[in-house]
Every structure is written in structure tokens, then in C-alpha cells.
Design a protein around this ligand. Structure first.
Ligand code: SAM
Ligand code: SF4
Length: 334
């Protein structure tokens, strides 16, 4: 289905990809993502299942063809599978792809339902295969559950891509082993640089590892050939000759990827952020709860197109280690 009212921003970028956070809550506490005592959004402010569904339909009507459900941890939301099923029914009817990003701690219980709803591939975040290191980094000893979740997803026929945040002094020495492990199991792996989003207990700059450095080191172990593969996202891909797998690199800090941006993000309370790295925002919850929700949602989406900035301006080394943005990644969705 094509739309007569596509979402086009003022730089003529066509927006077709929505990342929708269904909750900001999480059962892990990854040190770079959130503090141990994270203050979560009041539950009353979070959009209901029905509101999320209606909003998503409004987006599809305006030409969004891909939706990624994220969070926080999307699978900690109780009615999550209902939402996956409801949106799955739009596949082939405006929606081309429905997917999610998860930490996989609860995936073993849900993988079959997710696959049955029409999801074909998912992203799973995994920063280490070492149980102690995982427990320290995520502040919860749940690596066995994550590995079970990954196995269940593959058994359910879901294609899995792993996302790994490269962290100096934490997992940098393990990256070649992670690449080999993932590729050995038929999963692509994408490395991400840590981004300065939201207050955490640590100074992220201490663990910031430029991927240019990681790439040079990996080239000692592997033959990396730049690949034409694109997923419409910011990752640049390399084929790894020794493993036959694909390695993605996302470098928000060392290499700006804004030119081809096709995405917007909505928080669990219905706040639309046209840029992950900017403070611009449009309140879709107010639109959804207004007297004429359809017209109000449309107008809000037009506004979002007018204010989407040309590029982000992250800096990891801001004075005093202050985050570039007060918002955590778990609020806007990764
Ligand atoms: N809880 C789910 C998960 O971990 O996959 C989904 C949400 S999480 C916010 C999405 C992704 O964002 C994860 O891959 C995580 O590693 C990444 N992330 C969180 N905070 C980050 C930060 N400050 N810099 C870079 N990546 C971050
Ligand atoms: Fe939770 Fe994902 Fe953030 Fe880790 S990265 S604390 S799993 S939201």
C-alpha cells in the first residue's frame, strides 16, 4: 500500500521507519544505559495497548513501512505479545516489517508467539559471553536466560542479529570471540559505540572505545571486506572471510550517519523524537487523547517533519562528563 501523504522532512528525507518504545522499564541495569536506581516514568503516563495500536496504525497510514518495538525492555510489558499480534496483522497491508530489539532475558517464553505473529528477524543485545562480566555489566546475573532466549529465537525460525556495545576495559578483548561465536551460530553481529544519553553512575568516556580502533585490531584476526549490504540503518557492513558472517559497525560519534536518516522514535508516553540526538519533541499522546485524534495525530506528524534536525551533535567528552542529552536510551528506545 502506498500513501498519498508520505512523511517527508525539510531535507527531503522520506521517513519510513518507526522505533516505538513500549516501556522504559527493564529487568537489567546495563551500566552505560541506566543507573541502578533508575526513576521510571509513572505507569499512568504510559500509553495503553489500544493507544499504541491506534498510533501505529496512524503511522502506517502516513507511509511508515517498518516498525521496531523496543524499550526499555519490550518483553517486560505484559501485553506486549498482544501488540505484536495486532501489528502483525498489518503485515502485507501497509506494513512491510515488524521487528523488535530485546535483551532476550524473557525471550525463551515468547519466541514462538513472536514468530507466529509474522516477525521474521529480531535484534538481541549481548555485550559479553562471560557470566561474571555480564553480571557486573548488566548488574543482574541473567546470562544463562539470555543464551536460552537466543536459542529459542533461532529454534522458532527468527533471524537473529546481535548488537554489542564496544566498551574499553570491559569487553574489548572479547570482541573477536563474540564475532566468531555469533557467526558460528549464523547470526550477524553489529558493534556500537557508547553514546552520551542520560545520567549513569559512571563516566562513559572511561569506557568509550572508538570503532576505528576496534576495526584495526579486528583486522589482525580477520579479513574484513566492505559490503554493499544495507538495512536502511546507520550500520556499515563488512564481510568476514574467516567466518563467512557479516560484521556491522555503528559509529555515531566518529562518523556522522544523519544524511540518509529515515527514522523517528516514539517513547512509551507518546513523545515523538524526530532525532535520537536532539531535544526536539512532539506530544502524540495529547493528540491521541484530543477530540479529533486522527486529525490531531496527522497534524502532529506534519509538525515532526518540520522540526526534524539535519544532524545530531553528540560529544562523549563533554566537560564534567555530562551527558549530551538528559534522556536515557531506554526512554527513546535504542
Ligand atoms: N532492552 C533492549 C535491549 O537492550 O536490547 C532494548 C532497548 S536498549 C536501550 C537498545 C540498545 O541500546 C541496546 O543494544 C543497548 O546496548 C543500546 N544502548 C543503551 N544505552 C546506550 C548508550 N548510552 N550508548 C550506546 N548504546 C546504548
Ligand atoms: Fe535494559 Fe536494554 Fe538498557 Fe540494558 S540496554 S539496561 S537491557 S534497556
Amino acid at each position: 500500500m502506498s500513501t498519498s501523504r508520505p512523511l517527508l522532512d525539510q531535507f527531503a528525507r522520506r521517513i519510513t521507519y518507526l522505533r516505538l518504545s513500549v516501556t522504559d522499564r527493564c529487568d537489567l541495569r546495563c551500566g552505560y544505559c541506566m543507573p541502578e536506581r533508575m526513576s521510571f516514568l509513572p505507569k499512568a503516563e504510559v500509553l495503553s495497548l489500544e493507544e499504541l495500536h491506534r498510533m501505529a496504525l496512524g503511522f502506517i497510514d502516513r507511509g511508515i513501512t517498518k516498525i521496531r518495538l523496543t524499550g526499555g525492555e519490550p518483553l517486560v510489558r505484559r501485553d506486549m505479545i498482544e501488540l505484536v499480534r495486532a501489528l502483525g496483522r498489518k503485515l502485507g497491508d501497509g506494513l512491510e516489517e515488524l521487528t523488535l530489539t530485546t535483551n532476550a532475558t524473557q525471550l525463551a517464553a515468547h519466541a514462538d508467539d513472536i514468530a507466529a505473529a509474522g516477525v521474521r528477524r529480531i535484534n538481541i543485545s549481548l555485550d559479553t559471553l562471560d557470566r561474571d562480566s555480564f553480571a557486573r555489566l548488566a548488574r543482574r546475573d541473567l546470562l544463562p536466560q539470555v543464551l536460552e532466549g537466543i536459542a529459542a529465537a533461532q529454534a522458532a525460525g527468527l533471524r537473529v542479529k546481535l548488537n554489542t556495545v564496544a566498551l574499553k576495559g570491559i569487553n574489548e578483548d572479547e570482541i573477536p570471540a563474540l564475532v566468531e561465536w555469533a557467526h558460528g551460530k549464523g547470526m550477524d553481529l553489529t558493534l556500537i559505540e557508547v553514546m552520551p544519553l542520560g545520567e549513569v553512575e559512571e563516566d562513559r568516556f572511561d569506557h568509550y572505545l572508538p570503532l576505528s580502533e576496534v576495526r584495526s585490531k579486528l583486522e589482525g584476526d580477520f579479513t574484513l571486506t566492505p559490503s554493499d549490504h544495507r538495512t536502511g540503518g546507520p550500520a556499515r557492513y563488512f564481510d568476514v572471510a574467516e567466518t563467512g558472517g557479516r560484521l556491522g559497525l555503528i559509529t555515531p560519534l566518529t562518523n556522522n550517519f544523519c544524511e540518509g536518516c529515515n527514522r523517528i522514535r516514539v517513547t512509551a508516553t507518546g513523545q515523538l523524537y524526530p532525532c535520537l540526538g536532539g531535544g526536539e519533541r512532539v506530544d502524540l499522546r495529547a493528540a491521541l487523547r484530543s477530540a479529533d485524534p486522527e486529525a490531531a495525530l496527522d497534524a502532529a506528524l506534519d509538525m515532526a517533519m518540520r522540526i526534524k534536525p539535519e544532524r545530531h551533535h553528540f560529544r562523549i567528552d563533554a566537560p564534567g562528563g555530562a551527558p549530551a542529552l538528559a534522556r536515557h536510551m531506554s526512554t527513546t528506545g535504542g
